[in-house]
Design a protein around this ligand. Structure first.
Ligand code: PLP
Ligand code: TYF
Length: 394
């Protein structure tokens, strides 16, 4: 029977990761997949995470199942990290999920249960996995304008005009911070306008926040999510711990459903736990436990925050360096947007053949849409990239 299956398209980012591995050229530069790398190209285990892991090994006494929603202490700690005191804890239903991807998938599942014909408004462009999951689930997607190809910033007027078409029962999917793949983000005045529009149209926001602490700081990066969750009747939030705790392979995330009253909480919590059970029963706990330990122990938390700041500042430093190297190499200010973008990524706004040329002629790997991972650079490779970008005519 399986001969009836059709070949599925590969994830382009993950396929590129493989091509890079197989490239024998010395000095090749990987600016593809969104994984943080330090100056020597390693993806380190964060100090506080390693310390928590050691402690856990010494003190953990059982591997028996947690609850369907995962460890409630993890939900408490993550809700506090993402939402601060923006909404009362009693209004937030939450379940642990395998990574942010698991939270996104289950969030869509919850939407589909509530309204199978919901239209999901997605930024153009967005993380390709959003589109792939929605397509697989047979849900309706409506792209909204987001990236301004000229300024490489946000096409805010276009975005607002398109989001005005969403109505009650529809979902507006936004990136809480550090937009993937563009690096272009809204300011707080613009977020307030989005909130006002949501309240006018009655559409429900879903926030995907996968890079808290990678942009302007932990609280700054959560500000839009907090504003939204405290201002509209219902919000879905998918949070990932992969990047800010550096625990990619542990598969750690949290799905939250925020309502403005605790009456809805019971139904939301029951639905989320039900969805966990349908998909995999109990969510993974190892990464969640580490996150809980780090967030609830003063010393570990301080150390984690300090290391996250080092990570964030190193990316900001590389942004500034790349923007000024490009200014020098190109003799123009047209790459100034790189210093304005936030998070791991910037979209250069170059054609596929120029991205191909960077790979073929210079062994520099960008995702096909001209997204580059800033963290893949270091002081030595920034000038090499700047020179190559100008040489291929971007
Ligand atoms: N959402 C966005 C926008 C992402 O870039 C990612 C990738 O890291 C995720 C969600 C989920 O990541 P993970 O499933 O590794 O936690
Ligand atoms: O966008 C990225 O590179 C990261 C990592 O299916 C990633 O978010 C990429 C593809 C994917 C899962 C994670």
């Amino acid at each position: 029977m399986f001969e009836t299956l059709k070949e599925q398209p590969a994830d382009k980012i993950l396929a590129l990761m493989q091509t890079f591995r197989e490239d024998p050229r010395e000095g090749k530069i990987d600016l593809g997949v969104g994984v943080y790398k330090d100056a020597s190209g390693n993806t380190p285990i964060m100090r506080a995470v390693k310390a928590a892991e050691k402690q856990l090994w010494e003190t953990e006494t059982t591997k028996a199942y947690t609850g369907l929603a995962g460890d409630p202490a993890f939900a408490d700690a993550m809700i506090a990290l993402v939402l601060g005191d923006a909404v009362p804890r009693a209004n937030v239903a939450a379940v642990a999920t395998p990574g942010g991807t698991g939270a996104v998938r289950q969030g869509f599942d919850m939407v589909r249960m509530a309204n199978p014909s919901a239209k999901i408004f997605v930024s153009n462009p967005t993380w390709p996995n959003h589109l792939s999951i929605l397509k697989h689930m047979g849900m309706t997607m409506v792209p909204y304008r987001y990236f301004d190809e000229d300024s490489r910033g946000v096409d805010f007027d276009g975005m607002m005009a398109d989001l005005a078409q969403a109505g009650p029962g529809d979902i507006v999917l936004v990136h809480g911070c550090c937009h993937n793949p563009t690096g272009a983000n809204l300011n707080m005045t613009e977020w307030q306008a989005v909130v006002d529009l949501l309240n006018k149209t009655g559409a429900t926001p879903m926030v995907d926040i996968a890079y808290q602490g990678f942009g302007d700081g932990l609280d700054e990066d959560a500000a839009a999510t907090r504003l939204i969750a405290s201002s509209v009747p219902e919000t879905i939030i998918a949070a990932s711990c992969s990047k800010n705790f550096g625990i990619y392979r542990e598969r750690t995330g949290l799905l939250m459903a925020v309502s403005q009253n605790s009456a809805a909480h019971k139904l939301n919590q029951g639905t989320l736990a039900y969805l966990n059970r349908q998909n995999y029963s109990f969510p993974p706990d190892h990464g969640a436990r580490l996150v809980t330990m780090v967030l609830t122990d003063d010393a570990l938390r301080m150390d984690w925050m300090a290391e996250l700041e080092e990570v964030r500042n190193s990316m900001l430093g590389l942004r500034d360096l790349l923007a000024s190297e490009l200014q020098r190499a190109s003799g123009s200010d047209r790459f100034g947007f790189i210093a304005q973008h936030r998070g791991m990524f910037s979209r250069l706004g170059a054609s596929t053949d120029k991205v191909d040329k960077l790979r073929e002629d210079h062994a520099i790997y960008l995702v096909g849409d001209s997204r580059l991972n800033i963290a893949g650079l270091n002081k030595e490779t920034v000038p090499i990239l700047a020179k190559a970008i100008v040489e291929v005519g971007i």
